[in-house]
Design a protein around this ligand. Structure first.
Ligand SMILES: Nc1ncnc2c1ncn2[C@@H]1O[C@H](COP(=O)(O)OP(=O)(O)O)[C@@H](O)[C@H]1O
Ligand SMILES: O=P(O)(O)OC[C@H](O)CO
Length: 494
């Protein structure tokens, strides 16, 4: 029997999932790691902890499955995107903690670039907006702030990478400095049309191009692991950012297919085919995957708070003990109240891009209590998705035909998924296979290894668990959505 090992290095935990030759997950190991919040709005990870948890989970998944490393045909890596690491080329030692995608410290750099009139050029080339979310301004901050960093970077001593690159560098014993096109597309330094790093943007950010990894296809040869790490030299054959890997795992291979993943945040990607679509509604243009040198593009809407609103009910307000209780509590809400939560705890992402905005609750009465807060939190996820849905369908000519597939921890909530279908006025499909992100990475590697089938056979494997059909009256739907839009405007004005 031969296997594929998928590494899923996420924002809060590192996981390894072992898939067998029929693409079935047979074993999983997971480790949470420390979140560092040095100041309000700052989020860091220790790259050494990311590395040690990665090695631990790989070893643990193999050991629990009783599988020897030499039975593994290849490794696929998928990762939290945008999170930025800079390390020393010789020692492999990071010069600072990783700056996480959620970190807002570079908002002033973004404002300065925008005020200097660079926004349109950056958007046209990278498909992204000048927001602290993306890696480029994080690299600039590190080079400007860590003593001696810029001089070392200029001398060619330092390397930049997103988490995939850092893991590839470590796994291959410092031999390969590479990334894939989906991760490169999140850095703010990569021209998604030319498929090349952009020297003008790198110049604006003061990033020497020698620091940047080589960009490869998502299914490609990324070198082999050092023998002593897992007990065999295993080829790394697939790499993709986690939201792109989920798009692949959901088999959204045709234009018009959209996936939305509900974890801490929510990330929706709409496959738009071989031609990039420039958004006029503040969506991002990104690369869904790149195979045999050909990029397939997507429109993306990124929302920072989805399941995190449920965590807030649990940890902040203490009104539920488990995430799953949120649905039961919300079901008890008074239908006569319209309590609306704008969960802008870390600013608002797409389509508002308002890093300074903060959360707000509207429509409270003397009778508003835990049930109304729970309902408002779950509804906020559907409202935010509706914002993306409207923007993407307006951006894309065949918008009326979009098919939506959902996944992520919060898609387990039937109430939230029904609310979503109601608010979109469109069906929502939830697959049987919930490990879509790991599956996407595994498929890239397994296909490259010759163990897994090609795209069409893989797509035929996708199986529906449940379709949620809209049942809400259209007038109620539009009234609710209008209330949400008003609430967002008010929160932003505050
Ligand atoms: N049954 C549920 N109802 C509502 N929210 C849920 C439910 N189960 C999980 N969640 C939420 O989903 C999130 C976890 O999803 P996951 O995909 O593991 O996230 P991530 O990969 O971002 O850590 C948590 O924020 C949690 O609050
Ligand atoms: O690690 P996740 O699942 O929260 O995903 C993070 C995204 O890739 C950020 O863009």
């Amino acid at each position: 029997m031969r296997y594929i090992l998928a590494i899923d290095q996420g924002t809060t935990s590192t996981r390894a999932i072992l898939f067998d030759a029929s693409m079935t997950p047979v074993q999983i190991a997971q480790r949470e790691f420390t979140q560092h919040y040095p100041q309000a709005g700052w989020v860091e990870h220790d790259p050494e902890e990311i590395w040690t948890t990665t090695v631990e989970v790989c070893r643990a998944a193999l050991a629990k499955a009783g599988v020897e490393a030499d039975q593994v045909a290849g490794i696929g890596i998928t990762n939290q995107r945008e999170t930025t690491v800079i390390w020393d080329r010789d020692s492999g030692t990071p010069i600072h903690n990783a700056i996480v995608w959620q970190d807002r410290r570079t908002a002033p750099i973004c404002t300065a670039l925008r005020e200097a009139g660079h926004g349109e050029m950056v958007h046209a080339r990278t498909g992204l907006l000048l927001d602290p979310y993306f890696s480029g301004t994080k690299v600039k901050w590190l080079l400007d702030t860590v003593p001696g960093a810029r001089a070392r970077a200029d001398r060619g001593e330092l390397l930049f990478g997103t988490i995939d690159s850092f893991l590839i560098w470590r796994l291959t014993g410092g031999r390969i400095h590479a990334t894939d096109a989906t991760n490169a597309a999140r850095t703010l330094m990569y021209d998604i049309h030319r498929g090349a790093w952009d020297d003008e943007i790198c110049g604006l950010l003061g990033v020497p191009m020698a620091m940047l990894p080589e960009v490869r296809d998502s299914a490609a040869d990324f070198g082999a692991t050092e023998l002593d790490i897992l007990g065999a030299k295993l080829p790394i054959l697939g790499v993709a950012g986690d939201q792109q890997a989920a798009t692949i795992g959901q088999a959204c291979f045709s234009p018009g297919m959209m996936k939305s993943t509900y974890g801490t945040g929510c990330f929706a990607l709409l496959n738009t085919g071989a031609t990039p679509v420039a958004s006029t509604h503040r969506m991002l243009t990104t690369i869904a995957y790149q195979l045999e040198g050909k990029p397939t593009y997507a429109l993306e809407g990124s929302i920072f708070i989805a399941g995190a609103a449920v965590q807030w009910l649990r940890d902040g307000l203490g009104i539920i003990e488990t995430a799953a209780q949120s649905g039961e509590l919300a079901a008890q809400a008074d239908p006569g109240q319209s309590v609306t939560l704008v969960p802008a705890f870390t600013g608002l992402g797409a389509p508002y891009w308002a890093p300074e905005c903060r959360g707000a609750v509207f429509g409270l009465t003397r009778n508003s209590g835990p049930a109304e807060f729970a309902k408002a939190a779950l509804d906020s996820v559907a409202f935010q998705t509706r914002d993306l849905w409207e923007a993407m369908r307006a951006d894309w000519e065949d918008g009326a035909q979009v098919v939506l597939r959902v996944d992520g921890g919060m898609s387990a909530s039937d109430r939230t998924m029904q609310g979503l279908a109601d608010l979109l006025g469109a069906p929502v499909d939830r697959p049987v296979m919930q490990e879509t992100t790991a599956l996407g990475a595994a498929w890239l590697a397994g296909m490259r290894a010759g163990l897994y089938p090609g795209m069409q056979a893989f797509a035929a494997n996708w199986a529906l668990d449940r379709r949620f059909e809209p049942v809400m009256a259209p007038t109620d739907r539009e009234a609710a959505y209008t209330r949400w839009r008003r609430a967002v405007r008010a929160a932003m004005a505050f």
